[in-house]
Design a protein around this ligand. Structure first.
Ligand code: GCO
Length: 254
């Protein structure tokens, strides 16, 4: 049983990890032994997050790049190649939310959400897989959502992107499973994050979440860590193409 959940000697890149779910997952992977590469576009916030983890004794570095900037993604992986750093674990977490009814939605805003939440996972995943395939090993964890399966009015671009994440994950398994890569996804429920601040502060929405969730509460970012470590570790070596909901039971009930 030893080592099933041990990430010692592994390097994990977590996109969008200067705060929220990404930071919680990065911290959890570090606590399981991984060296973590934090990513974000805000250099100051990213540096502070890296300092936080370093102060806790973890092996961490910050790499600021925009996951929507393909050239920057390619350059980042080329820089890691030059250093001899292999990304063993990729968590495609970076994402944005944009809440507006479709009839009021500009195509530019639609495209921005799809680009950030879905296309970036393909681009970063492709660059990681190019390196994982020769090594015949790799773990890719895409961050989905309840909206990977169920639509919520006013967040349709996000819903479409997260639905795409579910099938991108299956596609990664289909093409990369034979190369020793495990590609899976986590579907967080309603979590206590900055992105959901307005929802949490809205008494009506707060009551809806608690009423709709069997565990009658919002999730904490750190409650994703167990599933993330499982999907990053040898324990999941025969798990592929799956979307695991961590949602207090919400997806399973009417
Ligand atoms: C929203 C929320 C959701 C949650 C999460 C649920 O506006 O409905 O932002 O999208 O963040 O994705 O799984």
């Amino acid at each position: 049983m030893t080592g099933l959940f041990d990430l010692s000697g592994k390097t994990a890149l977590v996109t969008g990890s200067s705060r929220g779910l990404g930071f919680a997952i990065a911290q959890g992977l570090a606590e399981a032994g991984a060296s973590v590469i934090l990513n974000g576009v805000n250099a100051d916030r990213l540096a502070a997050a890296a300092e936080d983890l370093a102060a806790k004794g973890h092996s961490v570095r910050a790499m600021a790049f925009d996951v929507c900037d393909e050239a920057a993604v390619v350059a980042t992986f080329e820089a890691l190649d030059a250093e001899g750093v292999a990304v063993d674990i990729l968590v495609n977490n970076a994402g944005i939310q944009y809440r507006k009814p479709m009839v009021e939605l500009d195509t530019a805003d639609w495209s921005r959400v799809i680009e950030t939440n879905l296309t970036s996972a393909f681009v970063v995943g492709r660059e990681a897989a190019k390196r994982m395939i020769p090594r015949k090993a790799g773990k890719i964890i895409n961050i989905g959502s309840l909206t990977s399966d169920l639509a919520r009015a006013t967040v349709i671009p996000y819903t479409v992107a997260k639905g795409g994440i579910k099938n991108l994950t299956k596609g990664m398994a289909a093409e990369w499973g034979e190369h020793g890569i495990n590609a899976n996804a986590i579907g967080p429920g309603y979590m206590l994050t900055d992105m959901n601040e307005a929802l949490i502060a809205n008494p009506t929405f707060d009551a809806w979440v608690k009423g709709r969730t069997p565990q009658r509460r919002w999730g904490k970012p750190e409650e994703l860590v167990g599933t993330a470590v499982f999907l990053a570790a040898p324990a999941s070596d025969y798990v592929n193409g799956q979307l695991i909901f961590v949602d207090g039971g919400m997806i399973s009930v009417l």
